[in-house]
Design a protein around this ligand. Structure first.
Ligand SMILES: Cc1cc2nc3c(=O)[nH]c(=O)nc-3n(C[C@H](O)[C@H](O)[C@H](O)COP(=O)(O)O)c2cc1C
Length: 205
């Protein structure tokens, strides 16, 4: 039976979406893995998205189906991606997670693999706090937290400014959003996808 991996993300300008695609590609490299990519619903009114330039940016991932909380129990592993908002996850992702109370009461996610990836504008803008504070919710659901081990060589790349943490993949966007995920960051994301898929497969037995 295939190991089912879901990649559930929120993205406003597309950076987290790009990491989500890299993570999905990494998970697909593990034979016997089925990957579903889902985005959580936007909550910001259209006129605000328009003003911030996000409406155009969101076209690049408009084809990704919306995540539904009822689908989460189908997965053996779930990777969640969010941009940083003041060092925490985005409200759109929080809103999605706050709809999982029913799953929590049934213990529907207990024993599944949970993993998180993130994006910030600046180098020390809160990637680690966003990911590790997200872990708290996953632990309440009884999920088994998986990060990125230092066998991912890109984590110790000191030759360039780069995202990527032992807690989860990440990227840096610059304050105007102009920076795109680097090859180093994409490879860490693919690593995380492979790593989570392999562990989920082993747990499934
Ligand atoms: C309300 C708000 C708060 C933000 N807070 C932070 C922050 O604390 N640190 C940071 O580096 N970037 C911060 N950012 C920048 C976002 O994290 C950045 O736009 C995002 O990572 C881009 O990802 P996306 O393209 O997937 O939307 C903030 C952006 C907004 C709109």
């Amino acid at each position: 039976m295939a190991t089912k991996v879901q990649v559930v993300f929120y993205s406003m300008y597309g950076h987290v979406y790009q990491l989500a695609e890299a993570i999905a590609a990494g998970a697909r490299e593990i034979p016997g893995t089925e990957v579903a990519l889902r985005q959580v619903a936007e909550l910001i009114p259209d006129h605000v998205l328009e003003k911030s330039g996000a409406r155009a940016a969101r076209q690049s991932f408009a084809h990704i189906p919306l995540a539904r909380v009822e689908e989460l129990p189908e997965a053996d592993a779930i990777l969640f991606g969010t941009p940083t908002r003041f060092g925490n996850m985005a409200a759109q992702m929080r809103n999605f997670l706050d709809q999982t109370g029913g799953l929590w009461s049934r213990g529907a996610l207990v024993g599944k693999v949970g993993s998180v990836f993130a994006s910030t504008a600046s180098q020390h803008g809160g990637q680690e706090t966003t990911i590790t504070s997200f872990h708290t919710t996953l632990l309440h659901h009884g999920m088994i937290i998986v990060g990125v081990p230092y066998t991912a060589a890109g984590l110790t790349n000191m030759r360039e400014i780069t995202g990527g943490t032992p807690y989860g993949a990440s990227t840096l966007t610059d304050v105007d959003g102009s920076r795109q995920p680097s090859e180093n960051e994409r490879e860490i994301a693919r690593f995380q996808g492979r790593h989570v898929a392999e562990i989920a497969q082993r747990l499934k037995g």
